[in-house]
Write a protein that binds this ligand. Structure first.
Ligand code: NAD
Length: 556
């Protein structure tokens, strides 16, 4: 029998300034692993699942316990190796090396599909790391909130004169990341109907103040949405239902929203998408006994779902794919025009990637919200000329409830990240913060992902499928002294469709940390600038020149 925590045991990261390990870097890894599994943070902590379908923090409970024990004894000149959520070795390295290196869900390309993965997973040989689940830097829905807010803001700028006021957005999926959508839309003054098959997920978003209202019936949801639209009031409604049933019904009755997107876990047909006509318990049963039937039915339903999105687009809605690969599944099922609406990266986000900007985040290891509020003040002071950023920080302070260890996210670019890291490290050194700060980012960043249906969709030079970039990103960050570095496969869009790298670095106030922060917070966003400059994007080339970066083959 697999060792599981006693039923009532709740994992929560230690708080305060007392070490449970041999150093702050190991302590940060320990606390962030535990924080990923905090019930306030994780979607299904009892199964080690953090978010994004079956994105896990450790392979099994035995591995989890072994990671915790190893981190506690790990010395300041040792490095722990994690292979798909299992601790496999400790080597003597050196003080400036990462304390942990992780490789999750990587398969040799010829075998890089869900079938092979599930077979290995069943044998206990692998786990799915998603992005920040297996690399221990998930911070709950806030982690994706600003990106979602930025995406809807860019959508509003492009199509609706800068605001979603008086506009209705339809989506599906209120899971770990999808749960950020309602708040992101209301922060952009819009109205959202989010279809979600699992009522408990809707309840969770209500409890954490990401959602305003639950509806159990389509006509009620439409009535509330239309009323809010007419009055120009922001409102978000979670509608209990199956998107593959509700969206076609909307089309049938002629309800066409202004914007349509989707964040079900379509990247994983076995575990992430409920087929039409099934209850959740029926799908669970089928998953255990007839997985192939479940996968086939999920794919069929996704095709119907995408067809409804395409019809909404034809009738005037702005449609975009929100990074779950649903277009690919529909396309494979015979929906030949599935790719006629764009992914969110080429549509809205890439200009920021060109400047090395992406979802930068930091967490107060003390557990004290006051530490994060002090760092908010740093952003407001140091980046006062960036009014958009400052508006975000003020909004986040008022509207975002912390989940687990207090954390903040904001999109910072090349130059800005190193500057911020330097200041934070000084604050820790001066004792202005109660404990060190851990700094990291999503894998979904400017220079750390190869994913032709998402981050690298439609690259200017056609280099969408070139996967050297995330590997270089991980290598240079490891060499620079990041605290832990990860290389994953299949996050976001599923097996076979992405390779990506993560990095986390600790600001513990030491002189060594200052040097590491300077190096890593330069190379990491730098890779984003390099990747996009190499692909020929003007603003990336300009950024590289303005910042004095050394790109040997960059034409001036
Ligand atoms: P999750 O697994 O936590 O949540 C998915 C939700 O979809 C669940 O609550 C599930 O009940 C619901 N669902 C499944 N089938 C449904 C159906 N037919 N109708 C209605 N609801 C249904 O996943 P998550 O962390 O929220 O991520 C969602 C997807 O977004 C993933 O594919 C993820 O890879 C992708 N993604 C988004 C971003 C982003 O920038 N927002 C980034 C990375 C990945």
């Amino acid at each position: 029998m697999e060792k599981r925590p006693p039923l009532k045991k709740v994992i929560q990261a230690p708080r305060g300034s007392t070490l449970n390990t041999q150093g702050w870097v190991q302590e940060a890894a320990l606390r962030m692993l535990m924080n990923n599994l905090d019930p306030e943070v994780a979607e299904r902590p009892q199964d080690l699942v953090v978010y994004g379908g079956i994105g896990k923090a450790a392979r099994d409970w035995k591995s989890y316990e072994a990671i915790v024990e190893t981190l506690k004894r790990l010395k300041n000149d040792e490095t722990l190796l994690i292979q798909s959520g299992k601790p496999v070795a400790v080597f003597r390295t050196h003080r400036d090396a990462p304390r942990v290196l992780l490789a999750n869900s990587n398969l040799v390309p010829r075998w890089a599909d869900w079938n092979h993965f599930h077979e290995l997973d069943r044998k206990g040989l692998m786990m799915y790391g998603q992005m920040t689940a297996g690399s221990w830097i998930y911070i709950g829905s806030q982690g994706i909130l600003q990106g979602t807010y930025e995406t809807f803001a860019a959508c509003a700028r492009q199509h609706f004169g800068g605001s979603l006021k008086g506009r209705i957005v339809v989506t599906a999926g209120l899971g770990g990341m999808g749960g950020a959508q309602p708040l992101a839309v209301t922060l952009n003054e819009g109205v959202m109907i989010a279809v979600e098959a699992d009522q408990s997920r809707i309840q969770r978003r209500l409890d954490t103040h990401y959602l305003d209202h639950m509806a159990t019936d389509l006509s009620e949801a439409i009535r509330l949405a239309e009323q809010a639209k007419t009055e120009g009031n922001p409102l978000s409604i979670g509608l209990v239902g199956n998107a593959a049933e509700v969206l076609p019904k909307m089309v049938e009755i002629g309800f066409i929203p202004d914007v349509v997107t989707d964040q079900t876990s379509a990247h994983d047909p076995l575990n992430g998408y409920l087929p039409q006509g099934l209850m959740l318990a029926e799908a669970d049963e089928m998953r255990s006994h007839h997985p192939d039937t479940l996968v086939a039915r999920a794919k069929e339903s996704m095709a119907i779902h995408v067809q409804a999105m395409l019809e909404m687009k034809k009738r005037g809605a702005v449609a975009f794919d929100y990074g779950n690969n649903i277009r690919q599944v529909a396309y494979d099922e015979g929906v030949t025009d599935a790719f006629s609406f764009p992914g969110f990266v080429p549509a809205y986000i890439r200009p920021q990637f060109c400047e090395g900007k992406g979802p930068f985040r930091w967490v107060a290891l003390s557990g004290d919200p006051a530490d994060i509020h002090k760092t908010d003040e740093v952003i407001l002071r140091e980046f006062a000329d960036n009014t958009h950023l400052c508006r975000w920080i003020r909004m986040a302070q008022q509207q975002v409830a912390f989940q687990g260890l207090p954390a903040r996210i904001c999109w910072l670019g090349y130059g800005e990240r190193a500057r911020f890291g330097r200041i934070i490290n000084e604050m820790v050194a001066q004792g202005e913060l109660k404990a060190p700060i851990v700094i990291g980012r999503d894998h979904l960043d400017s220079g750390s992902v190869a994913s032709p249906n998402r981050e690298t969709e439609g690259m200017k030079d056609g280099s969408d499928a070139v996967a050297d970039w995330p590997i270089l990103n991980a290598l240079i960050n490891a060499v620079g002294g990041a605290s832990w570095v990860s290389v994953h496969h299949g996050g976001g869009v599923g097996m076979g469709y992405s390779l990506h790298a993560g990095m986390v670095i600790v600001a513990d106030g030491s002189v060594e940390a200052a040097q590491r922060l300077e190096r890593v917070l330069t190379t990491d966003p730098g890779m984003g600038v390099v990747r996009h400059a190499d692909a020929g994007y003007e603003s990336a080339i300009r950024t590289a020149h303005d910042q004095g970066m050394d790109l040997p083959m960059l034409q001036s």
